[in-house]
Design a protein. Structure first.
Length: 106
């Protein structure tokens, strides 16, 4: 990214930071075999009302809830499932994964 483009992005970032969105003044240049990286405090994808990445956090919450429910699910006379520990471990992993990405998503 050129220095002037980086300055424009920085200016726009400052103006849009309170809303959590960064709008680029023009398309970022791309070159075959290279990649561009954008670093912001958070990185919303979608609209101001709907952030697709926030949906991923919601999905992780549902996964953790489902794993917890499976771990404690019983039928009359059978008790907890044999794999309840594995389900509980999956719920814990989901929480850890959410914590890892929540800071950059929401």
């Amino acid at each position: 990214m050129s220095e002037s483009m980086a300055q424009n992005v920085d200016k726009l970032s400052a103006r849009k930071r309170d809303r959590g969105f960064v709008h680029y003044p023009q398309k970022l240049p791309t070159k075959t075999g290279s990649s561009n990286h954008c670093r912001t405090s958070n990185c919303p994808v979608g609209t101001e009302k709907t952030n697709a990445l926030t949906m991923l956090l919601d999905t992780i919450d549902l996964l953790a809830e489902l794993a917890s429910q499976c771990a404690s699910h019983t039928h009359p006379g059978t008790g907890a499932p044999v794999q309840s520990g594995a389900f509980t471990q999956t719920a814990t992993k989901a929480g850890t994964t959410k914590g890892k990405y929540a800071a950059i998503i929401a």
